[in-house]
Design a protein around this ligand. Structure first.
Ligand code: ZN
Length: 202
């Protein structure tokens, strides 16, 4: 869409996204929300915002903040960007999350960069939205070592990723807040699968 060419530069600070490490896994969303609430990561639901929650009393303990991030606002009343958590409805298949900070992924086997990654992602998104399309459309052959793996199994570092179920935290500058081991352990224990995290800047 040509709109992107004339759009003003984005001032979106960034978003922290936590997802199951295996993009095809989809733990129960209601149980996840319950777990986040019990752990104090989220508080009450924010009115008029779908699936959005205020940060809970343990939010600043379950994320490790780097530098002077004390100024993070968590009050939605001001109209300014504020820190809150969204747990969107689960998707039937892995969806792609990227930002202006997303870069070419590396092959987990030989570390080669996938230079045509934007085209690969486009192909994946096209096939994912086409009913009855073959799952193989999400497979990418490494141009260097020839290994074939799903596009979500490439090493996207902390700059993008795929997920059916996710926890997103706005607004977090990439690297500003890192999930603690205790938080990742809690998610793994309660959902039955390992989690990863990354950042996107709209
Ligand atoms: Zn390779």
């Amino acid at each position: 869409m040509p709109v992107a060419d004339i759009a003003p530069p984005s001032n979106h600070v960034g978003r922290l996204i936590l997802t199951p490490r295996d993009a095809e896994l989809c733990p129960d969303r209601d149980r996840l929300v319950y777990t986040l609430s019990e752990a104090g990561f989220i508080a009450d639901h924010i009115p008029d915002r779908e699936c959005a929650y205020r940060v809970g009393p343990a939010f600043f303990a379950l994320l490790a903040f780097v530098g002077c991030a004390v100024a993070i606002a968590s009050d939605p009343q001001t109209g300014n960007p504020f820190c809150h958590v969204v747990v969107p409805p689960a998707a039937a298949h892995p969806l792609w999350y990227q930002g202006r900070n997303t870069r070419a992924p590396r092959c987990p086997g030989c570390r080669a960069r996938l230079s045509d990654w934007t085209l690969r992602v486009e192909q994946f998104e096209h096939s994912a939205s086409t009913p009855g399309s073959d799952r193989q459309d999400s497979a990418v052959v490494c141009p260097i070592c020839g290994e074939c793996r799903q596009i979500w199994s490439w090493d996207w570092k902390q700059q993008g990723g795929f997920a059916r179920l996710l926890i997103q935290v706005d607004e977090i500058f990439p690297g500003e807040a890192v999930p603690t081991d205790a938080f990742l352990d809690l998610l793994a224990r309660e959902s039955g699968c390992a989690w990863r995290y990354f950042y996107v800047q709209a």
